[in-house]
Design a protein around this ligand. Structure first.
Ligand code: FMN
Length: 198
């Protein structure tokens, strides 16, 4: 399976967590790491190139830091321009049909703050509903998110642990060891991979 990581971080030079998470990710042929802010600093997205990239891959990951309970602006612009009617969705828009989709998110808030009765009021799974529903509209198979919580206070050993889990997730996808039905039983892909690694 070929995996496309659409990475969107508007201030990557200031990143602590994602800098570690994505380091070395493009090392395998099966994983394409595509840094959107690097490719399109002026938001001038090459729609044909993006659609061609999507066509060449079987799994699409939106990887980004959580900003205002959502994704950075360039990733929204990318959706608005690239996912066109008749290509990505609509009765004749089948180019993404059957591909896997999930989000890989780093969030400043700890996991305990993302419940319906705590500080942030919603789970991240609830907050990413528009992305999941958009992927559904494009006839993709949506998976639970991969989430690194608590980045405001995270220590390097925990970042390294999450990086190992993410790398293992990508390896399983690339080598067709990933089990979609089993993964759907989990609230996040971190738990699915951790369970499988035991
Ligand atoms: C503009 C902005 C908005 C943010 N909004 C949120 C938010 O809604 N929820 C949250 O948990 N963290 C939020 N954060 C924290 C980032 O998610 C966090 O700094 C990032 O995941 C850390 O990754 P990095 O070290 O790679 O930059 C926000 C940060 C910025 C700069």
């Amino acid at each position: 399976m070929k995996v496309l990581i659409l990475f969107a971080h508007p201030a990557f030079h200031k990143s602590n967590v994602n800098k570690v998470m994505v380091d070395g990710l493009s090392a395998t042929d099966s994983v394409t790491f595509h840094d959107l802010y690097q490719a399109y600093p002026d938001f001038d997205i090459d729609i044909e190139r993006e659609q061609e990239l999507l066509s060449q891959h079987d799994c699409v990951i939106f990887h980004y830091p959580f900003f205002w309970y959502s994704n950075p602006a360039l990733l929204k612009e990318w959706q608005d321009l690239v996912l066109t009617h008749g290509w990505a969705f609509g009765s004749k828009g089948n180019m993404l049909k059957g591909k896997l989709f999930f989000t890989a998110i780093t969030a400043g808030g700890p996991k305990a703050s993302y419940t319906n009765d705590s500080f942030n009021g919603y789970t991240i799974q609830q907050l990413i509903a528009p992305l999941l529903q958009s992927a559904m509209l494009c006839k993709m198979i949506t998976l639970p998110p991969f989430i690194v919580y608590g980045t405001h206070a995270i220590e390097l050993p925990e970042v390294m642990k999450q990086k190992r889990i993410y790398s293992e997730l990508l390896r399983q996808l690339a080598e067709d060891e990933f089990e979609v039905e089993a993964a759907l039983e989990y609230e996040d892909l971190n738990d699915y991979i951790t369970h499988k690694m035991k």
